[in-house]
Design a protein around this ligand. Sequence first.
Ligand code: ZN
Ligand code: ZN
Length: 115
Amino acid sequence: MAITQDNSRSPSPKNIRQVDATTLGIAWNDGHESVYAVKTLREKCPCAHCVDEWTGEKRIAPGSIPDTIRPVKLHSVGLYAVQIQWNDGHDTGLYTHEYLRNLCECPQCKKKTAA
Ligand SMILES: [Zn+2]
Ligand SMILES: [Zn+2]
């Protein structure tokens, strides 16, 4: 049996770029354009160091992420996630495409989450 990759259901990033020093942009293969404040992305790191595996509680103290936080390197992990390496040395966060899409801060998505 052939293994087929079904990417049609969840959008994946086509292009990830640094919009400016503090903003990251993702162009998705379904045409959506996402923007993220890099600091927010760092605060929302889903790894076991930053979020308690059992309780889902955040281990990052509010305000503990400096304004100087920057992504240093991004790389794709398989077909489902992006790993971000930060200039504070942190690199264990795997941001799944689904998670990234949920974190989108564009006006369109913000309206949706606020409603
Ligand atoms: Zn983390
Ligand atoms: Zn959006």
